[in-house]
Write a protein that binds this ligand. Sequence first.
Ligand SMILES: [Zn+2]
Length: 198
Amino acid sequence: MMKKLNALVLISGGIDSTVVLHWALDKGIDCKCLTFRYKNQPKKEIEAINKLCSKNKLDLFIIEHPSIYEFGRSNKNLEINPNNLMYYSLAVSFSVGKNIDLIIGGQNKEDLIESKENIKHFYKKLNSLIIDCNSGQNLKIIQPFINFSKLEVVNLGIKLKVSFKDCWSCQRDGSKPCGKCSNCKTNLNISKKLKISI
Ligand SMILES: [Zn+2]
């Protein structure tokens, strides 16, 4: 019998990471969740993360990093958000010695600012660095949706019966999503296309 894989899934309360978590659970992977607390994080996002983990009875680990928000977002011309390097490095560091085989991220191809090849090269290099610093532990970063559009991610979420109403993608806080930030606009577009509410 094949050994059951153990994964650390990076979750943010948004649709991509919620769907990727359900994808992993559907594959029979044993999942634990990791999230990052950053400055000015919407309360609704924290609620979504907590709800997702409690609903699926999954352990949630939190890394507090009050200065995360400032990094990476200041320069929109960056090809790869350096926050990703930090998130994954922290996830690798957290996973060492914890019987974790996979670190799973929910990035899809629309999150990539430039070419997909460059980002693939970036993660390949990151994975080889992990091998260099983890003697004996067979740890790997995977992004199952890197070839998916956002629409494909949502469609998969529908198939996996993801409760989109429990997600929070809006960059602002409030009782309801603002409808104006880039994440809300993307979600509204997809809602229109699929004639569902996400
Ligand atoms: Zn919004």
